[in-house]
Write a protein that binds this ligand. Structure first.
Ligand SMILES: NC(=O)c1ccc[n+]([C@@H]2O[C@H](COP(=O)([O-])OP(=O)(O)OC[C@H]3O[C@@H](n4cnc5c(N)ncnc54)[C@H](O)[C@@H]3O)[C@@H](O)[C@H]2O)c1
Length: 306
């Protein structure tokens, strides 16, 4: 198969590209390298377009070439602290619109990255039937992607599947800086000999999901029975204390946790994905528990260090 992966030099995208190539497929990547890095793709065998997807005319760029079999769209501004609303909306929504226009013209299935950020302060467990209530323009841009996809999917003969990733962690996050997962940040703190810092008293938590399961969800979503936006998490809730304990134990370090006051007026204390819809539509069932995922991830980070 021939696949197009936007955002393929990023964290999730590069893990997906590796998996698709390992499965014997041809992959073309579009990535403007705004938060991705070529080092994520060392060993990549395909073609690469260093373009901003929100300005790229995919139809003419790929004219005369054999059409792709599907598009995986991961490209996005991923730093949720970016407050420039117009910039966020242009890049994320216009980029997606161009992908949809191209896919519809060639009748291709699309799998795209949405986000748990669409839920905002909705109570746990987060389910797809809840009304999106994003707390920042990043989450709003993803909610609009879901709206655009729902419109495009009406009467379309192929599927358009949005995956609302929860908190993804795993190899390939190194270039995300402050936007990398909390697990990566805590690992870095502890490796530097610093006490892991979390809000008092560490019982807040998230649905953390290992990147291998997110890649699997993308591949399974290609054969989804229906279009729609689906939660992709581990389906479990993990406290910040558990993250710290697991990393500490994996690193065999004796660093006491430094608890500090949460400075935010509003803070989402609890996320937990209801993943039944993705299971029903395309058989998604995460394979790696969060604790196993952290142990494997720390092993990989440590082996690189050596
Ligand atoms: N990592 C998570 O926890 C998480 C959670 C929810 C949703 N997501 C979504 O998953 C997708 C992948 O995120 P990630 O964690 O791998 O982040 P990432 O920043 O590593 O990957 C995004 C990639 O898209 C590229 N990109 C950004 N804007 C572009 C544009 N206009 N044109 C072309 N390329 C562009 C970046 O250079 C980068 O390589 C994103 O859509 C993100 O919003 C991620």
């Amino acid at each position: 198969m021939r696949y197009l992966v936007t955002g393929g030099a990023g964290f999730v995208g590069s893990n997906l590209v590796r998996r698709l190539e390992a499965d014997g497929h041809d992959v073309t990547v579009i990535d403007d390298l705004s938060s991705g890095h070529f080092k994520n793709l060392v060993g990549f065998r395909g073609d690469f377009y260093a373009e901003d997807i929100s300005r790229m005319d995919l139809v003419s760029v790929f004219a005369g070439r054999p059409a792709f079999d599907a598009v995986f769209h991961q490209a996005s501004i991923t730093d949720t602290t970016v407050m420039d609303q117009r910039f966020m909306m242009e890049r994320n929504v216009e980029g997606f619109r161009r992908v949809i226009d191209y896919a519809l013209r060639h009748t291709l299935p699309v799998v795209y990255a949405s986000s748990a950020g669409v839920y905002g302060a909705n109570p746990s467990p987060q389910t797809e039937t809840q009304t999106p209530a994003p707390m920042n323009v990043y989450g709003f841009s993803k909610a609009v992607l879901d709206n655009v996809a729902a419109q495009a999917a009406k009467g379309y003969s192929r599927t358009i599947v949005g995956l609302r990733y929860f908190n993804v962690f795993g190899p390939g996050e190194d270039f995300k800086g402050a936007a990398a997962s909390m697990i990566y940040q805590l690992y870095r703190q502890m490796k530097a000999g610093k006490a892991p810092r979390i809000f008092k008293w560490g019982e807040q938590g998230r649905d953390f999901v290992y990147v291998g399961d997110v890649v699997e969800a993308n591949i399974l979503a290609l054969s989804s029975r229906r279009s729609g936006s689906f939660n992709v998490g581990s389906g479990s809730f993990t406290t910040f204390n558990t993250l710290v304990d697991t990393i500490r134990e994996s690193l065999k370090l004796d660093l006491k946790t430094d608890y500090f006051d949460n400075p935010y007026d509003f803070y989402q204390e609890h996320t937990h994905a209801d993943i039944r819809a993705a299971g029903e539509a395309f058989g998604y069932s995460p394979k790696t528990t969060v604790v196993e995922g952290i142990r494997e991830y720390v092993r990989i980070l440590e082996s690189r260090g050596r």
